[in-house]
Design a binder for this molecule. Structure first.
Ligand code: DX5
Ligand code: ZN
Length: 212
């Protein structure tokens, strides 16, 4: 299991220190939520923010684009230091071209689905993409409640994608439910408000331990 702490819940005034703390506590990935105020109601930050963190961190940068027509910005996100770029299937008319574009910059490509999108929508892209991200909250904000109805999607994807395929679950995962989400078949877990707490070290260590 890979824990991907979501930077969205960090204190941006001390972002570098908090990201370092998560890394020292054992995290291998950093989840980076980009929001445009159109695909989702909220705005977050752009590539320039994580570009500044890139030189201080060896974490795998797991960039989650919640932006409409992601193809417009993929080069910028790749240049800023992403390792994986995940876009939403609902945000583009050309998912296949987006995957090709991400790969053309030497980055891994992920494809995300919202809670209301049927899991079948991603089937045709699973071989081409490197990861499928299942949203377990309506994207836009950290700290929401996990939507249990997505459990079936996670189990279905694990069955059809094989045992090693990357299946990421994002939203509402905490110390109470992380184990069950992993047991359903997720092998990459995003945690925002449960990881960037008052005690990042203890929270990240606990989440990793619980999911083992
Ligand atoms: C929500 C974002 C998530 C968010 C998760 O739109 O995609 O990555 O940061 O935060 P928590 O873990 O607090 O639900
Ligand atoms: Zn996310």
């Amino acid at each position: 299991m890979i824990l991907s702490p979501s930077m969205l819940s960090a204190d941006f005034a001390v972002l570098k220190e908090q990201v370092k703390e998560a890394e020292q506590a054992g995290a291998k990935w950093l989840h980076i939520d980009v929001m445009d105020g159109i695909f989702v109601p909220n705005l977050s930050f752009g590539a320039c923010v994580y570009k500044c963190i890139r030189k201080h961190s060896n974490l795998f940068f797991d960039v989650h684009l919640m932006i409409t027509k992601p193809e417009r910005y993929i080069k910028d996100f790749a240049d800023a230091g992403a390792d994986m770029i995940t876009f939403h299937i609902e945000a583009t008319e050309n998912p296949s071209e987006c995957i090709d574009l991400i790969h053309s910059f030497g980055k891994k490509a992920g494809i995300a689905i919202n809670p209301e999108t049927p899991v079948e929508a991603v089937f045709e892209y699973r071989d081409k993409a490197d990861m499928i991200l299942v949203m377990s909250v309506h994207p836009g904000y950290g700290g929401q409640k996990y939507i249990e109805e997505v459990n079936e999607k996670i189990a279905t994807l694990r069955k059809i994608c094989g045992k090693d395929y990357l299946i990421e679950v994002d939203g509402g995962v905490n110390a109470k439910n992380i184990k069950s989400v992993v047991e359903l078949g997720a092998n990459v877990i995003v945690a925002g408000s449960a990881a960037f707490t008052e005690n990042i070290t203890a929270s990240v260590k606990e989440l990793i331990k619980l999911a083992e």
